[in-house]
Write a protein that binds this ligand. Structure first.
Ligand SMILES: Nc1ncnc2c1ncn2[C@@H]1O[C@H](COP(=O)(O)OP(=O)(O)OP(=O)(O)O)[C@@H](O)[C@H]1O
Length: 990
């Protein structure tokens, strides 16, 4: 509920002003007669009441209308007063000294009066004061005293008596004019407080009636406590100061006049105040709100704070208005000013806070929008990344499909330039992109041009880089989990080693396929490192006289290495050979250097550095997809075959002859395998030679094969060249099924490894290879033996990425040169190469640094690997069974016959010897081509007349002369197979 606001001025201030304005005139008022009348009236009233109450005292009655002197004398003894008091309140004065009945006879009347005076008057005054009634001084009973105060006291008693007789209870409050403290020291009794407090309350703010009644009326009694305030002492003193020297009878008139003036002043001030009353803070706030839209957002809390401020101000205003102290008023005004300024500052701060909140809100909104947009952007990026991965997968798949369409056996032909005559074409007449024409002399002396077609033909001027550019896609397939075989075929001196390794003096331009292939592997694996982790390791093997040797051994060892089923050994078919991890091309060069040093080479009549052994650099790649954990493995065999020329030209005897026989045998076995693959026979005779065993996992439907056929342009090499080209042309017509990627999920891979390990252990136990059982050495880093070998191969400071063989390695090369003075070997010293190779950018990096994105890993690895797993055959070592097969399939012709014989048998042997015998292989029938290849091989010129030794004839009998002469190869081969076998057996017996 709303309360009336306090007035901005006090009663005291009004009375002060009125007194200042009219005080002098008040004193001029002649009120003597009125005062006298009023005093007489009041005295008579008091006298009558005493008379009625006390009656006769001492035989004398109080006069009804006594004079002032009579009234004083009558009361001077105190007896009437005490008796009157006891009448009102019995026992109030316990002992009243009565005057003797014969008071007139008392000798010392004056002394008795004094006695009475002291006892009765004192008791009366004390009691009256305790009752809260106005008192008077004892001297007022003497002559010259103020009888008006005695009258007041009596009238107060009368009023009290009437109040009490009226049956009222509680505290009786007297509003009369008490005795001023300045006249006499008040007698402070314990019960005097209530009377003084009631008087003080009566003269309070707005209680002008009580104030006036105090001074004027005889009905001075009941006043109501209606106000509170702290102005009583000031107001009291002001009025008292005006009235104290006035006569009793003048007071009512003075007060009346004063009151009227005060009323006028008061009313005028109220009017002024009402006119000047400022708008309330709430109204201010409302108008401020209307004018300032910014403040509309001020919260309720702020409004409450504002109201509190306003309340404080009002309270302070109130204090100021009602506090007459100018000093405190100015102090409060200062505080108000400060508060006002602070309030303004607060308002400014509130505006700033409001604006800041608005800004924060906007920022929050903006950030939220940005966040949402960022999320959308991220989602689209994630979607794009996912799509990109799918595109990559598809790209890889298409890439490998494209490779498949090109054929999994590809044949490239390369013609070496004529030695010392680079511009002399020799027997080569024309070289196209995919064909080569030779000039042959016919029987009648005319020249006959013979053309052969291949996947690619490189003329004498083709560079090493050009040759490799068409090989590169196969290298990438290795990282996609395919097996690849690249081998160089051709007669001695035709340039096989030049293509695979490079010439004697290696430069950036002249390094061969081996080095470039590994460099590509490292480059691509680095590009794919975000998705796939690759481990690359290398083996170097040599097949010499049908014995497998480790070219990475550091000590001379005649230990025969066994070739095993690679599926049992994590893709490694010669587990006992050193397998050296490599991480840079420098590692590769060092290893190739070591292998070159260990390679068995021997002099021949045709080429002082021709190798009479097959060398094979095998690179094993293990990949692990970082996201899925799937693993894949691929390997590439880089084979530099021994010379394919016929033995009679080599003019060798003894050991050289034996070497030639083994070489021919292995090359014939290679021809058998390829012919079988062309026939899509269920059995492929891989076991007929160490070479085909070694390359088994990289020949056929599981792999991609590239044959480099090398041709010498010399006229005297024409026969060998024609023979080689015919063989190669037939091979180039072979179409195999799609290659399969070797990819296992992590679980399948683990299980397969366990199975392979168990079966390998079982096989070794059967073979009595307990030592191997105890120390399986799949990797040079896995077995102590391999580690010791590695430490002997590699110096202690040879670490990955910076491996270099010491300088004295070249002395080792020199040593080998001394051992074989006719032989040269090319330098693979990394330092030599590096000094001649300033920088070696990736061939395609300059065009598009993201080749891998274009040609990448194939898809559906899992499905393929699962199919492959399901088709796993009985696990038996491929070793130890070649004898059986060699009897059945010795030459291409025989292989056709044998295949025809065994195709429907599907004996266990076939199932266990080749994964190519899987029933789901997509072989195509090319029977006429089979005849053709037979013709190619059979149509080799009968060089028996050139053989200078009878043993050479036996060697050449691998391809039956009678068969070669017959066009119907199949029937003829069948017809003569028995005699061929007889010849071979005879030769073997010799
Ligand atoms: N394309 C070529 N360009 C230039 N020189 C070549 C080329 N091919 C081979 N030669 C050179 O011909 C010679 C014989 O080559 P290479 O040793 O590579 O023959 P090969 O077939 O490996 O012989 P072998 O069977 O005895 O190992 C070497 O001096 C070699 O540098």
């Amino acid at each position: 509920m709303a309360t009336e606001p306090a007035l901005p001025f006090s009663i005291v201030s009004v009375v002060e002003d009125v007194l200042q304005k009219h005080g002098s005139r008040l004193s001029d008022i002649d009120l003597a007669s009125r005062k006298a009348e009023e005093a007489s009236s009041r005295r008579n009233e008091a006298a009558r009441w005493l008379r009625n109450t006390v009656g006769n005292v001492g035989g004398k009655d109080m006069l009804a209308e006594p004079s002032e002197e009579d009234f004083r004398i009558a009361l001077r003894s105190g007896i009437i007063l005490c008796n009157a008091l006891n009448k009102i309140q019995p026992g109030a004065v316990p002992k009243v000294v009565e005057a003797p009945s014969d008071i007139d006879n008392v000798p010392d009347r004056a002394a008795l009066s004094i006695y009475q005076y002291f006892e009765n008057v004192r008791n009366f005054l004390v009691t009256v004061e305790e009752m809260g009634l106005p008192t008077f001084e004892a001297s007022d009973l003497e002559q010259g005293g103020k009888s008006s105060r005695i009258v007041n006291c009596v009238l107060a008693l009368k009023s009290y008596s009437e109040w009490k007789l009226g049956g009222k209870n509680g505290l009786w409050k007297y509003g009369g004019n008490p005795k001023p403290p300045t006249f006499v020291k008040p007698i402070m009794r314990k019960n005097s407080g209530p009377f003084m407090r009631s008087l003080a309350r009566a003269v309070s703010l707005g209680d002008k009636d009580s104030l006036l009644s105090d001074q004027s009326s005889s009905n001075d009694a009941v006043l109501h406590d209606r106000s509170e305030g702290g102005s009583i002492p000031s107001l009291y003193s002001l009025v008292r100061e005006i009235l104290h020297d006035k006569k009793q009878e003048e007071i009512p008139i003075i007060v009346e006049s004063l009151l009227s003036k005060v009323m006028e002043e008061f009313e005028s001030r109220v009017i002024i105040v009402q006119q000047e009353t400022p708008k309330t803070p709430r109204e201010d706030k409302a108008s401020s709100k209307a004018g300032n839209s910014n403040l509309e957002a001020i919260s309720d809390e702020e409004e409450r704070e504002e109201n509190e401020d306003v309340d404080i101000k009002q309270k302070q205003n109130h204090d100021v208005k009602y506090n007459g102290d100018e000093e405190s008023r100015s102090r409060i005004l200062k505080q108000q000013t400060i508060i006002q300024k602070q309030s303004e500052n607060i308002q400014e701060l509130k505006v700033i806070v409001h604006q800041t909140k608005e800004g924060m809100h906007c920022l929050h909104k903006k950030y939220r929008e940005d966040f949402i947009n960022l999320g959308k952007h991220l989602r689209s990026l994630a979607s794009s990344a996912s799509g990109y991965q799918k595109v990559l997968e598809e790209n890889r798949k298409l890439y490998n499909q494209m490779q498949d369409l090109k054929g999994n056996i590809r044949v490239y032909c390369r013609v070496r330039p004529l030695v010392g005559q680079p511009n002399n074409p020799g027997i080569i007449r024309n070289v196209e992109e995919d064909s080569i024409s030779l000039i042959m002399a016919s029987k009648n002396g005319k020249e006959v041009k013979k053309t052969f077609t291949f996947n690619k033909v490189f003329g004498p001027s083709a560079t090493q880089g050009e040759v490799f550019s068409d090989t590169q896609p196969l290298i990438r397939s290795v990282l996609d989990g395919f097996n690849v075989c690249i081998f160089a075929y051709g007669q001695t001196g035709s340039g096989k080693t030049h293509t695979m390794s490079g010439p004697n003096n290696l430069t950036e331009e002249t390094v061969g396929v081996n080095y470039r292939a590994l460099r590509d592997l490292f480059y691509l694996s680095e590009q794919r490192k975000e998705t796939i982790h690759y481990d690359i390791s290398v083996q170097m093997l040599e097949i010499y006289n049908e014995q497998v040797r480790d070219l990475l051994m550091t000590e001379t060892s005649n230990k025969r290495l066994e070739i095993r089923n690679s599926s049992h050994n994590n893709g490694i078919n010669v587990p006992d050979a050193n397998l050296v991890p490599v991480s840079s091309t420098a590692d590769v060069l060092n290893l190739m250097n070591l292998g070159q040093k260990n390679r068995a080479v021997s002099a021949t009549a045709m080429n002082d550095r021709s190798s009479r052994s097959h060398s094979c650099l095998t690179v094993h790649v293990q990949g692990r997809e970082l996201t899925s954990g799937n693993s894949l493995r691929g390997c590439i065999h880089l084979v530099d075959l021994a010379g394919s020329e016929r033995v009679d030209k080599s003019e060798v005897i003894g050991d050289r002859l034996k070497e030639a026989q083994h070489i021919n045998k292995s090359l014939s076995a290679l021809g058998d395998v390829i012919a079988s693959l062309a026939q899509k026979q269920s059995h492929v005779p891989y076991r007929n030679s160490k070479l085909t065993q070694l390359l088994q996992d990289s020949l056929g439907g599981q792999a991609k094969t590239l044959m480099f056929v090398h041709i010498s342009p010399e006229p005297e090499a024409l026969g060998e060249s024609i023979s080689t080209l015919k063989f190669a042309e037939r091979v180039s017509t072979i179409e195999l099924g799609a290659a399969r990627v070797n990819k296992d999920s992590g679980e399948v891979k683990e299980l397969k490894e366990q199975i392979a390990s168990l079966k390998a252990t079982l096989a070794r136990v059967k073979d009595g290879e307990l030592e191997h059982f105890k120390q399986p050495a799949n990797s040079i880093t896995d077995s102590p033996r391999s580690k010791s070998q590695l430490s002997s191969i590699v110096p202690a400071n040879w670490t990955s990425g910076s491996r270099k063989l010491p300088r004295d390695d070249s002395s080792g090369i020199e040593g080998s040169k001394k051992a074989a003075p006719k032989l040269k070997r090319r330098s693979l010293d990394p330092e030599e190469i590096y000094t001649s190779l300033p920088t070696w950018p990736h061939p395609r990096a300059g065009v598009n640094g993201n080749d891998d994105d274009k040609e990448s890993v194939s898809g559906n690895w899992n499905s393929r690997s699962m199919n492959r797993d399901e088709n796993l055959t009985t696990d038996e070592s491929v070793t130890g069974q070649s004898e059986v097969e060699s009897k059945q399939s010795y030459s291409p012709l025989l292989s056709v016959e044998v295949a025809t014989t065994f195709t429907n048998d599907s004996d266990e042997l076939e199932l266990t010897t080749s994964e190519c015998s899987e029933p789901d292989m997509n072989w195509q029938s090319h029977l006429p081509k089979t005849t053709a290849i037979s013709n190619v091989l059979a149509s080799r010129p009968n060089k028996s007349t050139h053989y200078k030794q009878a043993k050479n004839l036996e060697t050449r009998s691998m391809i039956s002369s009678s068969t070669r002469k017959q066009p119907n190869l199949v029937s003829q081969s069948r017809k003569h197979s028995g005699s061929i076998d007889a010849k071979r057996r005879s030769g073997n017996a010799k």
